[in-house]
Design a protein around this ligand. Sequence first.
Ligand SMILES: Cc1ncc(COP(=O)(O)O)c(C=O)c1O
Length: 464
Amino acid sequence: MLPEVATNILKASSIRLFATNAARATSQTAVNRMASVTERKKKPTEEAHINFKNAYRDDSKFGKRPIYLDMQATTPVDPRVLDKMLPFLTGLYGNPHSSTHSYGWETDKEVEKARKNVADVINADPREIIFTSGATECNNTAIKGVARFYGKTKHHIITTQTEHKCVLDSCRHLQDEGFEVTYLPVGTDGLIDLEELEKAIRKDTCLVSVMAVNNEIGVMQPIEEIGRICKKHKVFFHTDCAQAYGKIPLDVNKMNIDLMSISSHKIYGPMGIGALYVRRRPRVRLEPLINGGGQERGLRSGTLAPPLVCGFGEAARLIREEFDDDQAYIGKLSSKLTNSLLSLPYTQFNGSKEHHFAGCVNVSFAYVEGESLLMALKDVALSSGSACTSASLEPSYVLHALGADDALAHSSIRFGIGRFTTEAEIDYVISAIKERVTFLRELSPLYEMVQEGIDLSTIQWAGH
Ligand SMILES: Cc1ncc(COP(=O)(O)O)c(C=O)c1O
């Protein structure tokens, strides 16, 4: 497409003409893709059966690729989001902070519409939404920002052992600056104990930071109860909602949330944009990480990127429109996948089944090494944990926190289901997993011993 665009630039007598043509052409592609997605979503399983030897997706001009079940790492951009973004990359190029002319006014108006769309999902005031580069920046800004602002009198932070690395790492940095951090443990279901949380709150606690939905196991913490406890003790409550925003009902007022981290690329919006909700009444004060022109209420300086902001806004608007449909659809696929996987012997569902977001299914397959299983499943894009830790081959610290031993943590796979996953893909993955797990277990001496009735816990392994 690029050479075509370049030729168009040369041919077009004015940039405006080029802009309209390019926008229209891509918009058409987006519409076509959307139509095929809708069709795929509706296709009954039998009709859409995928040939076992030909399981690769080919719904794009990027060649054949595996089935995508890694929705916690990122979600594909909804074509309707792309349509919304395109005019800002062509004709609507004004700086939204330019207040002296119409180029600035027109983008500013759209940015403010997007801000309202993002705010509406969580019942916030648009003035409480600060655009950032993503949830990592939000978590850093919220945790370091609150701690540093109130740090003269308050030196203590509470979080949990199963937070995303960017929360844990922000806390570690604050420990280097002299803050004390309590890392609350979780039970075997992945949930924190609310009594333990309340007991951990001290007179000098400035912040409680607990994620709403875990990115590895999908466990939902009791956010409303945590908010109530924080309010009672007059401690600020921050929640990392990168995996929760748009996926579970959230209301900052009902849940007494003071700060919330949101990421656009987890809700079918573009990468590189997120939002931090910061309560205005009672006001939460923050020390900004980035100083400069004073944009975003002085909490995050720098020129906003209207294509990203408006794409994010559209993704948020679509979330509100399609929330019930998405939930029902993802829930249906998730139940099918979970029930089928758990019908295999020696499998375990990781985390609470009751307090759980359906789009994230984490299952351990005993006597199969997770990485070997991933290698045997080249036709499915999956992860054995979060995108950042799966590269290190270390067993997941989240599963360890739930009490899993190394073997169990190593044998776990995360399945991420989203708006554009099809039932045929789920059916394929179920068959593929059954086949490959059976195959790998047949190669496993441990599995053979278990089949022979040997209790592995009684074996004295020789050290080396
Ligand atoms: C729970 C959680 N928090 C934070 C992040 C970071 O989000 P971003 O990629 O927007 O920086 C992620 C991304 O995987 C996440 O899952």
